[in-house]
Design a protein around this ligand. Structure first.
Ligand code: GRF
Length: 311
């Protein structure tokens, strides 16, 4: 990421800034002010009427990127200079989360969360997005149960919610096509199963290959196929000393796809199902937020069963 940023800043400097007389410290300062980026260093340089230099340009470029305003910054550059003779920059811009279609735009990472119950994992995602930890937004919360508390959470946060009931005797695929309709209209980049109590059809899983993740409250492959308290009861009955949770990609077998993140939770001698469930749940929230964050940042690569998390 840092390399992409530096290369791109360099390219703009050599091809656009250097040959043009229009970009000086005054321009940088004005632009940053207009974008709402407060910056003392630039103010100071402006005060002493410092000349424009490669270093100043880098500084402003990186600052705009860090403040998630690089697309706007570049649009202002186009407004001042006219079209930019830069050739094909698509992949470099893409790596920085920007696309160009005559204007620069920040790409938005759209998440759909599928739920059936209380929605504490959904809440963890909502909070992480609000706190700026995940660069994305939840565009749909979909539930197969009308009274799922998760739907209330979505409503409270102004997130669009959908109740999609299954008809009696309806096939998995027919049901999943209703989900797909919403997911496609909402241009979803990532589907998160957060306590969604339905098995997805092979049709759905294939259509959104490597775009669906699930959170499971055990260290998979141990205790796969169980749900909620059943998992923790089985862990205690087995006498495990350690348990945990897993975020994994979804394939056509339940609780089976490539593992993204796992976190351990020690089992205590005096644990009850409830006590253990609570401690695992805390780790689930951390895991899910980390996974969504990494995916949104394009730092995850799936190679067969192996998932590579890039620094
Ligand atoms: C979690 O324990 C998750 O691991 C499992 O379903 C539960 C959902 O909890 N898949 P919540 O609805 O997110 O609170």
């Amino acid at each position: 990421m840092q390399d992409e940023l530096k290369n791109l800043a360099d390219l703009y400097y050599t091809r656009v800034i250097e040959p043009s007389a229009g970009i000086n410290i005054n321009w940088i300062r004005r632009t940053m002010l207009q974008l709402g980026i407060k910056d003392e260093s630039i103010d100071n340089l402006y005060m002493i009427n410092a000349p424009m230099s490669r270093e100043v340009w880098y500084y402003a470029f990186v600052k705009a990127f860090e403040e998630k305003k690089l697309a706007d910054f570049l649009n202002m550059l186009v407004d001042t200079i006219g079209s930019l003779p830069l050739g094909n920059l698509e992949s470099s811009l893409d790596a920085l989360g920007i696309y160009y279609d005559g204007k620069y735009h920040a790409k938005v990472f759209n998440i759909a969360v599928l739920v059936s119950g209380r929605g504490t994992n959904l809440q963890a995602l909502i909070d992480a997005i609000d706190e700026g930890k995940i660069n994305g937004r939840i565009v749909a919360v979909i539930s197969n149960r009308k009274n799922a508390k998760a739907l209330v959470r979505a409503e409270k946060h102004g997130i669009e919610r959908f109740y999609v009931p299954a008809k009696k005797g309806e096939s998995r695929e027919s049901y999943d096509k209703k989900l797909a309709k919403i997911i496609d209209v909402k241009k979803v980049n990532l589907i998160v199963l957060a306590g969604f109590l339905r098995i997805l059809s092979p049709w759905f899983v294939e259509r959104y290959k490597n775009k669906i993740i699930n959170i499971h409250p055990s260290l998979l492959p141990a205790f796969a196929g169980l749900y909620g308290d059943e998992v923790h009861r089985a862990v205690l009955e087995y006498g495990c000393k350690v348990t945990g949770c897993t975020v994994h990609y979804v394939d056509s077998e339940p609780d089976h796809g490539p593992v993204l993140i796992q976190k351990c939770v020690p089992v205590n001698d005096d644990d009850t199902v409830q006590k253990l469930a609570m401690r695992v749940l805390e780790k689930e929230h951390e895991c899910l937020v980390e996974a969504a964050k990494m995916i949104a940042e394009g730092r995850v690569e799936v190679r067969g069963r192996k998932v590579i998390l890039k620094k």
